[in-house]
Design a binder for this molecule. Sequence first.
Ligand code: DON
Length: 322
Amino acid sequence: MSHTSAVARASSPAPPSGSHRFSSVINQIAEEMNTLDDHGTPADYIPMLADADPRRFGMAVAEPDGTVYGVGDWRQPFSTQSISKVFALALALSLDGGQLWQGVGREPSGNPFNSLVQLEYENGIPRNPFINAGALVVTDRLQVLTGDAAGQVRDLLRTESGNAAIDFVPQVAASEAAYGDRNAALAHFMASYGNITLPVPALLAAYFRQCSIEASCADLALAAGFLARGGVRADGAALLSRSQAKQVNAVMLTCGTYDAAGEFAYRVGLPGKSGVGGGIIAIVPGVCTLCVWSPGLDKRGNSVAGVSALDRFTTLTGLSVF
Ligand code: DON
């Protein structure tokens, strides 16, 4: 039997377990996920992630006022991987306005997240900021703007979640670097078109560090709260304009789950972003942010139980952007 538990972000006392708006829904979902026949397979191209237990499951809900609650392994830190790309994009947009879009598009790729094929046809301009090539462009711009792209992403996660313990996992970054030939190929190829500013090794180091950040469902649901609040951070300051928050949500909806984005929109109907660590964040604008984690992936790199849980959430609550 699963039971939700809760923490309030500020110093207000935590309400009794199970008393939140979506508590019974997520308890039901956690029980359903226990009975899935196939939980998928953890990512094995990053050896540090390969040993995760695919049956683990956590889900957190963060409401716009900073209340967060969850079920299962919702406080277990996991490797954020590509979920970090959302926060890097938000930071780059907040700092350089629209300049970023000269080097990266906003169309679904229809190809795997680490694919090389479109880049040559499209002159070194990646389709969107959430495939690896596009994320490398974003990290390149953010590194030039700030001098520490990965540190900025980590600090944004810390500030928005209230968890100062969020950090990189150097062994995961090293594990990925050791098998990083594809990302190196993407970066060198774009550099040949003049679409990368940093030396490629420096860019890859920043990108792998960014991907290695560990955070829990609770942390990520809270940290993504600005996307449910029209760009407003936890402290009330604007990270993005309302229009930019809409833009990030739109790109998440159309590109956040790679070549499965159409199926994800069909099943879940929310802006979402997955990572090969098994996490997915999803936004219900104005209502809440969700984060699910289960390390077993499908063939397209998305968490099997994660997608299924979000599908059940929007089905059971009737909430979606459609
Ligand atoms: O670039 C990579 O291969 C990883 N560090 C991130 C990939 C990832 O999470 C894609 N997600 N589904």
